[in-house]
Write a protein that binds this ligand. Structure first.
Ligand code: NDP
Ligand code: MG
Length: 380
C-alpha cells in the first residue's frame, strides 16, 4: 500500500476523489497540480500541506504563489512545474488524473523518478503505450489502473495464471445516446451530451462517453495494460454500470467485478493494493438493482469505437493520431464550433489522412503526430 502520493490534476473529478481516499486513509500528499483552478488548489494545499504545488497557467501560478505566501509550500508553473511535481521527492506513487495527452510527459517524468503509477489518464497509454511500457519495465515500477473497467479486469486477474486468460470483456454504459440512430444524433447539443446516465465526470470524458470514443480509448488502454490484442477484447453494453468489466479464462469461466458506480473504489484499490480497506462507497444491493442487462454495441452508429479498434490493429502512431483528433474535435464541439457527428468524422478522417506511420518510433514521433493531427483539425 502506498503511504505518500503526488496527485497530478488534483482539482478535477478524479483528483478530488483521490484526495477523498487519501483523507480517509491518512495517505500523505507531497504534490498537487492544476491547470487554472487555483481557488480549489489553494484549499487542497492548505488541507494536505504538500511540499509543492504546480499550476500550468503562469498567471494563475503567480496568483497562487501570493495566496500561499504565508506557507512553506513551493509553487511552480508551466509544463516544467508539472513535471517537477511528478518527480516530487517523498512520494512513492504518482496519481495521474490529468485529462488528455498533456498527461503523457508527467507520466514519463514520474516513472523516470522511480514512482509507481496510479493511472486514470488513459490518453497516456493510448498515445504513448509503447514508450510508457518500456519506461515502466526499465525502471521496474508498478502500474495500477484507476479507470473503473481496467481496475475491474485487474481485480479479476488476481490469483489466476496470466497465461490462462482468454478474453477481456469491457462493459460500457452506452452513454446518454444509447439506442439512437445516426439521424437522431445530428442535432444533439452540448447539454444533451453532458447528461451521463450513471457517472459524474469531467467534461471531456463525458463527451467521449456520448460518442463511445471513451470505450474505444479503453480498448487500446486495455491492450497495453493486459497485453491482449484487439481480438482478445470484447465490449458489452451494460446500461446499469454495476458490472465494471470481466475476464474469461481458457475454461470459459467468466469472473466479473461488481459495485455501485463510484470511482473511489478503483482509486482506492490502486492506492491500497493488495490491501482491501473500508470505503465510504455505498454497499451494492443487487435485490434493489433487480436486473442486469447486456447487449452488443452498435459499431455503425457509434463509429469512434470502431475507429479506435482499427487504430489499435494498425498499431504504430495511429492510436496517438485518433486520440489527438478526438481531443481537438471535442474541444471544438465544446466551443460550439462543430456538431456532434463531426467528432467521429474528424477522428475517422485523421486515421485515413495520416501518412507518417512507423512501427518503431520515439516519444518525439508521438508528439509530432499529435501536433500535426491537432493542427489539421483546429485550422480546418
Ligand atoms: P477533469 O477535467 O475533471 O480534471 C482534469 C484535471 O487535469 C484538472 O485538475 C485540470 O486542472 C487538469 N488539467 C487540465 N488540462 C491540463 C493540462 N493541459 N495540463 C495539466 N493539467 C491539466 O478530468 P477527469 O478527472 O474527469 O479525468 C481525468 C482523467 O481520468 C482523464 O484521462 C479521464 O479519461 C480519466 N478518467 C476519468 C474518470 C472520471 O470518473 N472522471 C473515470 C475514468 C477515467 P483545472 O481544474 O485547473 O482545469
Ligand atoms: Mg472507464
Amino acid at each position: 500500500m502506498t503511504g505518500n502520493i503526488t496527485v497530478l490534476g488534483s482539482t478535477g473529478s478524479i483528483g478530488v476523489q483521490t484526495l477523498d481516499v487519501a483523507r480517509m486513509h491518512g495517505i500523505k500528499v507531497s504534490a498537487l497540480t492544476a491547470n487554472r483552478s487555483i481557488d480549489l488548489l489553494e484549499k487542497q494545499a492548505r488541507e494536505f500541506c504538500p511540499k509543492m504545488v504546480a499550476v500550468l497557467d503562469p498567471d494563475c501560478a503567480k496568483k497562487l504563489k501570493i495566496a500561499l505566501s504565508d506557507t512553506d509550500i513551493a509553487v511552480y508553473s508551466g509544463e516544467e512545474g508539472i513535471k517537477e511535481a511528478a518527480r516530487c521527492p517523498g512520494a512513492d506513487t504518482a496519481v495521474n488524473a490529468i485529462v488528455g495527452v498533456a498527461g503523457l510527459m508527467p507520466t514519463l517524468e514520474a516513472v523516470a523518478a522511480g514512482k509507481d503509477l496510479a493511472l486514470a489518464n488513459k490518453e497516456t497509454l493510448v498515445a504513448g503505450g509503447k514508450v510508457v511500457s518500456r519506461a515502466i519495465e526499465s525502471k521496474g515500477v508498478k502500474l495500477y489502473p484507476v479507470d473503473s473497467e481496467h481496475s475491474a479486469v485487474f481485480q479479476c486477474l488476481q490469483g489466476n495464471p496470466k497465461k490462462a486468460l482468454k478474453k477481456v470483456i469491457l462493459t460500457a454504459s452506452g452513454g446518454p445516446f444509447y439506442g439512437r440512430t445516426k439521424e437522431q444524433l445530428r442535432d444533439v447539443t452540448l447539454k444533451d451530451a453532458l447528461k451521463h446516465p450513471n457517472w459524474s465526470m469531467g467534461q471531456k470524458i463525458t463527451i467521449d462517453s456520448a460518442t463511445m470514443m471513451n470505450k474505444g480509448l479503453e480498448v487500446i488502454e486495455a491492450s497495453w495494460l493486459f497485453g491482449v490484442p484487439d481480438e482478445g477484447i470484447d465490449v458489452l453494453i451494460h446500461r446499469e454500470s454495476i458490472v465494471h468489466s470481466m475476464v474469461q479464462y481458457m475454461d470459459n469461466s467468466v469472473i466479473a467485478q461488481l459495485g455501485v458506480p463510484d470511482m473511489r473504489i478503483p482509486i482506492q484499490y490502486a492506492l491500497t493494493y493488495p490491501e482491501r480497506l473500508e470505503s465510504p462507497v455505498k454497499e451494492l444491493d443487487l435485490s434493489e438493482i433487480a436486473a442486469l442487462t447486456f447487449a452488443k454495441p452498435d459499431y455503425e452508429t457509434f463509429e469512434c469505437l470502431a475507429i479506435c479498434r482499427k487504430a489499435l490493429r494498425l498499431g504504430g502512431l495511429y492510436p496517438a493520431v485518433v486520440n489527438a483528433a478526438n481531443e481537438a474535435a471535442v474541444s471544438l464541439f465544446i466551443q460550439g464550433k462543430i456538431g456532434f457527428l463531426q467528432i467521429p468524422e474528424a477522428v475517422g478522417r485523421a486515421l485515413t489522412d495520416f501518412d507518417g506511420n512507423k512501427d518503431e518510433f520515439t516519444l518525439e514521433d508521438i508528439l509530432e503526430a499529435d501536433r500535426i493531427t491537432r493542427a489539421r483539425i483546429l485550422t480546418a
